[in-house]
Write a protein that binds this ligand. Structure first.
Ligand code: ADP
Ligand code: MG
Length: 309
């Protein structure tokens, strides 16, 4: 008899703990501010339904919502890495589901970028640039103001126009793009920053392996495209008209912004784009510059050459 009795006692003891735990968890769950708000929006949920789904509510409570408690994708604390819980009510029943979190979406885009484009390489100082690091040198304040305006407008949707930063070598134009890309990343918007000579190389290389259309599509559809040093690439009429022209045309129609940096003003760029091995083609170059104007606003940056010691 004894073993049975002790087992029973053990069970009763555990059960008591269970009851205690249950009451504790229920209290915690129903007093969670987010859950309280959710339930107040759904007064139709019966006590019984809430009670029945206490475990779902508990699960919701313990998971990080849209990365609020995770420092990065690889440090995601949730049961399903990169998925954020959502509570909803359907037919007076409570449901819990999961959606991809910002960090996962960003991570997937980055992986896709890396898979497609090998040369999105940027120096470390550009990758770590921040807008607040851009000093208040009055010759650059115009550029900073435009950057901040773009960031502000982005809060209510990505603006259709980016910026064309023109100015001499070394004044920090590429740094501006890096700082903006980092700011946009905080806002869960991915940017595709590519050095123009690399873009030409990348596209030419992909002609051999059939991935050219996929690559062009990638640049057409990037949330925010940043073309660094336009005018520094080897001029080819084919690249200018068929590749650059079609990327810009698409982005213009779809109202997607493009950022540029260049040592040339837009006026000078037109001359630069016009001269290819095929001769001087002012009409075609003019067409590209027109599209650039549609997708960006020219801002001149002056200041000292930061590369000089
Ligand atoms: P540009 O693209 O106009 O030729 P860069 O953006 O490459 O110039 O800047 C030149 C150098 O100065 C780079 O090494 C860059 O990291 C540095 N730099 C530019 N702006 C800043 C800044 N605000 N703070 C610190 N370093 C900067
Ligand atoms: Mg540069």
């Amino acid at each position: 008899m004894k073993p049975v009795q002790s087992t029973l006692k053990k069970w009763m003891k555990e059960n008591e703990n269970f009851q205690e735990n249950y009451i504790k968890i229920k209290h915690e769950v129903l007093n969670d501010p987010e859950i309280k708000t959710f339930l107040s929006y759904h007064p139709q949920l019966s006590k019984k339904e809430i009670e029945k789904n206490l475990i779902k509510l508990y699960e919701y409570k313990t998971q990080s919502k849209q990365c609020e408690s995770c420092s990065s994708f690889s440090n995601c604390k949730n049961m399903l890495q990169g998925y954020s819980p959502i509570l909803y009510v359907e037919n007076n029943e409570l449901h819990l589901s999961y959606e991809k979190c910002h960090s996962r979406i960003y991570h997937e885009k980055q992986k896709e970028q890396q898979k497609l484009v090998q040369s999105l390489y940027m120096p470390k100082e550009i990758l770590e640039a921040t807008i607040s690091d851009i000093d208040s040198d009055p010759t650059r304040s115009n550029g900073v103001r435009e950057l901040l305006r773009f960031v502000e407008e982005t809060k209510s949707g990505i603006p259709k126009k980016g910026i064309y930063f023109s100015g001499p070598f070394g004044v920090g134009k590429t740094y501006f793009l890096g700082a903006l890309a980092n700011k946009l990343k905080e806002m869960h918007i991915s940017s595709t920053l590519i050095y123009m000579p690399e873009l030409v190389r990348e596209i030419k290389a992909s002609m051999k392996d059939d991935s050219i259309n996929e690559k062009i599509d990638f640049f057409k559809k990037a949330d925010v495209l940043m073309l660094d040093d336009i005018g520094a690439e080897m001029q080819s009429a084919w690249f200018r008209d068929e590749i650059l022209g079609s990327i810009l045309q698409y982005r213009m129609m779809e109202r997607l912004p493009v950022f540029f940096t260049s040592n040339y003003s837009l006026e000078q760029l037109e001359t630069q784009l016009a001269s290819t091995r095929g001769g001087i083609e002012t009409v075609k170059a003019g067409r590209i510059v027109e599209r650039i104007k549609q997708v960006s606003k020219e801002v001149e940056i002056y200041g000292k050459n930061r590369r000089e010691i």
